[in-house]
Design a protein around this ligand. Sequence first.
Ligand code: NAD
Ligand code: GLY
Length: 358
Amino acid sequence: MQTVNIDLGHRSYPIHIGSGLLGQHGLLAGQVRSRAMIVTNETIAPLYLDKTLACLGNLPSSSVILPDGESFKNLEELNRIFTALLEENFDRNCTLIALGGGVVGDMTGYAAASYQRGVDFIQVPTTLLAQVDSSVGGKTGVNHALGKNMIGAFHQPVSVIADMDTLATLEERELRAGLAEVIKYGFIIDSDFFRWLEDNMDALLARDTNATGEAVRRSCEIKARVVEADEREHGLRALLNLGHTFGHAIEAAMGYGRWLHGEAVSAGIAMALDTSVRLQLIDEATRERGLKLLVRAGLPVTPPSDMTPETFLRYMARDKKANAGDIRLILLDSIGKAHVSADYDQRALHATLAHFAG
Ligand code: NAD
Ligand code: GLY
């Protein structure tokens, strides 16, 4: 087992990464103060719920099983968690355990942020995307029909337990979607990691456990350092949203779940690279190198054909990264270096939208 610590003062926590962690009794149970409510979904429950309950030993625990899918990441389904907690008289010393991917993690985290004004929660991420990104950093929330992740809160977990063995049952398409967020870290902050991904992409796609463990560890290290520096996203943390302004527009406009989050982010990164070329921040060779890695990971580098520039602009103006209508973009300066800007030549963005969605 490897542990990456995230230092946020009294909200610091460990991210445990390794094989067989769901079989290690004390790891999970040791973090629960009194009673535990496991939140999971109908796909993950038959695979890992019993194992997780066993991991809690004699601790009083219950579970709530949500329907599976991004289209259920909303206030209505969130209410099921509150109902289960209230029906069973859970008090504010309870701990919620998010057993699943980013959807379950974001919803459980938001339930924990707001139930009785805030209770503990533990992330047990079971997708690659959740292990490298969504389980770390404390962003929680749900979607609204008018915008992705528009209702939420910052609420850090008390620990993250990433059992690599759970990835064995993950569908191929989901694995590839997770790689989009892994590649993102190389683009924005770490050119060595980008090179490592170029060298190890075949091993990652073949689910080599050493390569996957290394990718998860390095991704968590990068995310932990960024969140430590800027927990509430006043600056640096916004870089983690490379491709997301375009990607969130795709997810919301297409109907949540049609395009996976990682797929939408990949197409969004391709569009951000295009705008960066048009603004002469990067050259064509850099763009091609970036696209090549996304394509090797089996990820899309163009948005769905039914997106129009108008649709993109409507959703992008509403994105949390937009500032009073200005669309803030994460732009690339080189592989391993990016910046946030709302002050760029808007014609470059419009040219990108016309090129990809015109
Ligand atoms: P997901 O949670 O929908 O999981 C993908 C699919 O895999 C689901 O069908 C799920 O039931 C299934 N699954 C999960 N674990 C499995 C396993 N071990 N074996 C078999 N099937 C399994 O999607 P995701 O990609 O994990 O997360 C995407 C969500 O994360 C989006 O809602 C996105 O907005 C959010 N996100 C949040 C953050 C953050 O910082 N909070 C960061 C990135 C993404
Ligand atoms: N996934 C973006 C963030 O955590 O800030």
